[in-house]
Ligand binder design. Structure first.
Ligand SMILES: Cc1cc2nc3c(=O)[nH]c(=O)nc-3n(C[C@H](O)[C@H](O)[C@H](O)COP(=O)(O)OP(=O)(O)OC[C@H]3O[C@@H](n4cnc5c(N)ncnc54)[C@H](O)[C@@H]3O)c2cc1C
Length: 593
């Protein structure tokens, strides 16, 4: 590569969340001296764990590890594997139980035999065929998203018109809601709910989320739900260790208060100022802190910077009006005894399904009859509880994000949510009275999420993933108005969820290295070649028996079918004698000529 510019040697990463940890290891591998500054006294951000006084372990945020190949890709690019780094992924089996108020329970699993029975129970004998058709479509959403969205950056709107993107883009069905599309394949309201609620993983209502996101349930069914032994954060801790070995320095309890600018044009990020007043300089600044918060609070504003301030303030204000994901009241409970009726993952759906989403996303409040998610990490990994006869239980109750000007009484909502959760569980799974068994309780509410991690509006999953908030509409990974400043994390491209943020770290790192004309020390994302080659390598190829021989006609099924139909047509015409004998009474045009 012929270089025309001076290479950056140092980088500051603001925030040690999934995005910050992953990008710092990647940039260190590319030869940069990276310093990560984290406001909290722990790393991982939303994907962190904490221990209670009595020794229970809780995952603060993520508990469902989906898209395992994206995790493997990060480790592969850093020349290692999950296994070599001591990360053990445990498969959660079944995936989860979905409990309804009428006493019915739907068990979702990767076991096709069990799924067939479950589907036919509610949808009749032809229901399974419709399920398979849905699964095939969701498989398409998944594969196409991996190739065209999660391994690609979007830097301008013209990319949406690129012919190579248009056809796969349309096939992602981005303009139809997941509820509407799923309703084609599942005809009972029960299974429509079963196969749509997962949009809540992205903090969205199934009535608004693009049907593209059926890929989430697809990956659960085709690749399983996993949990890293020792807690979700162990996977980030492993990437952090790799980074440290490559020279990354972590400074905890170090809140950044602003991005410094300078350079000949005043439009270059030159470092950061800490809350203590200390200034640190670097050639690059990568922001992992929530993007909307950062533009509003860390970037220079119009009253501070005559060069870029106005542009940034205008953009920051626009961002604050963009749709955001929901928030949650999350309870972290230490239970004095096991609740064996609960599996690792349990979903309790509201009777008034649509109304429960409207309350969260339209009125930004707690539904009177909330749907909620119960996670029991000690079921899959007993090390989450101090003793084998106890359970660590997390209840995630989705609630609207914070809105400006409203004064919500969260203590009343906590009381309401706690009562609803405990009563609903007890009624539906028919277990003992739960409240007296709780020996410790920690609670994260929207203001806590906002304060602890600087999340704009306390939205736990960042900006929403509605159509006008994704692809080239999502805030860009290269910062607006400032050179040498970049973003990584849930609210920039490609989006939220730990594996997606890891994919984003690769995208931003590659963009930085390309901008600076530096070598990318792993296989390039472009056109998804790297992963394809990795899969080739990992395929159990032993010899002739394993050579893939793709029949030529498979490549163009339509052409093949067209030829078959044409041939059949000719045969029919030939055998009916149509070519030689004109049926009586029929005049052949042109005969008179
Ligand atoms: C309750 C909940 C459940 C979830 N469940 C799942 C799940 O099951 N599966 C899944 O894959 N994902 C899940 N997610 C989403 C996932 O956790 C996030 O998408 C991902 O962790 C976001 O990572 P990030 O790097 O973008 O941001 P963050 O984790 O927010 O990291 C940003 C870091 O920046 C720090 N920071 C902020 N401001 C400053 C500052 N001024 N100075 C210094 N540091 C600063 C913050 O403290 C934080 O550590 C869940 C999230 C939540 C909250």
């Amino acid at each position: 590569m012929v270089s025309t510019q001076e290479k950056p040697r140092t980088a500051i990463v603001v925030g040690a969340g999934a995005g910050g940890i992953a990008i710092s290891a990647r940039l260190a591998k590319a030869g940069l001296k990276v310093t990560v500054l984290e406001k909290n006294d722990f790393t991982g951000g939303r994907c962190s764990i904490f221990r209670s006084k009595a020794g229970f372990r809780f995952d603060q945020g993520p508990s469902l590890l989906l898209l395992p190949n994206l995790f493997r890709e990060t480790f592969g690019d850093l020349d290692t594997t999950l296994e070599k780094e001591g990360v053990e992924l445990l498969q959660c089996f079944p995936n989860y139980d979905i409990w309804f108020s009428d006493g019915a329970v739907f068990r979702s699993s990767t076991d096709t035999v069990a799924m067939k029975k479950e589907i036919e129970k509610w949808e009749g004998p032809d229901g399974f065929q419709r399920y398979l058709t849905w699964l095939a479509e969701a498989h398409g959403h998944y594969e196409s998203s991996l190739q065209h969205v999660l391994h690609r950056n979007f830097t301008n709107h013209l990319q949406l018109a690129d012919p190579r993107f248009v056809a796969p883009g349309i096939a992602l069905h981005p303009l139809e809601s997941i509820w509407s599309r799923t309703s084609r394949y599942f005809w009972s309201d029960r299974l429509r709910r079963v196969f749509t609620f997962a949009t809540m993983y992205m903090g969205m209502s199934p009535y608004d989320a693009p049907s593209t996101y059926s890929l989430l349930q697809y990956t659960e069914l085709a690749e399983g739900i996993w949990y890293p032994r020792g807690g979700f954060q162990t996977i980030l801790a492993a990437i952090e260790r790799i980074g440290r070995k490559l020279g990354v320095e972590y400074r905890l309890s170090t809140p950044v208060s602003k991005i410094l600018t300078g350079g000949p044009d005043g439009r270059t990020a030159t470092g950061v100022q800490l809350e203590t007043g200390e200034q640190l300089h670097a050639d690059l600044v990568i922001v992992n802190a929530d993007l909307v918060y950062a533009y509003n609070n860390l970037f220079p504003q119009e009253n501070e910077d005559a060069v870029v301030g106005k542009e940034i303030t205008t953009y920051a204000r626009q961002l604050s009006t963009k749709e955001a994901s929901c928030s949650s009241i999350s309870f972290y409970w230490s239970f004095s005894q096991k609740i064996p009726e609960l599996g690792t993952h349990n979903i309790f759906l509201a009777d008034e399904y649509k109304e429960s989403f409207d309350a969260i996303f339209k009125r930004h409040t707690l539904p009177s009859d909330p749907s909620f998610y119960i996670n029991v990490p000690s079921r899959i990994d007993p090390s989450a509880a101090p003793s084998p006869d106890q359970d660590a239980i997390i209840a995630l109750v989705p609630i609207g994000h914070l809105t400006s000007g409203s004064s919500t009484d969260y203590s009343a909502l906590i009381k309401q949510a706690r009562a609803a959760v405990l009563q609903t569980i007890q009624r539906r799974i028919k277990c003992v009275d739960l409240a007296p068994l709780i020996i410790e309780e920690t609670i994260n509410t929207p203001p806590v999420w906002q304060e602890k991690f600087n999340l704009d509006r306390g939205a736990i999953l960042g900006l929403s993933h509605s159509f006008f908030n994704v692809l080239s509409f999502r805030p860009r990974t290269r910062a607006k108005a400032l050179k040498n400043a970049y973003f990584v994390g849930a609210s920039t491209h490609p989006g939220t969820g730990v594996p997606i943020v890891l994919a984003g770290a690769k995208i931003t790192a590659e963009q930085i290295l390309e901008d600076k004309e530096m070598e990318v020390p792993w296989e390039l994302n472009k056109h998804w070649k790297g992963e394809q080659r990795a899969m080739e390598r990992s395929r159990g190829f032993r010899g002739q028996l394993d050579v893939l021989k793709r029949p030529a006609w498979v490549d163009d099924w339509n052409l093949f079918m067209g030829m078959v139909v044409a041939l059949l047509g000719l045969l029919v015409v030939y055998y009916s004698g149509f070519l030689g004998n004109v049926p009586s009474g029929m005049k052949v045009v042109g005969d008179d000529w």
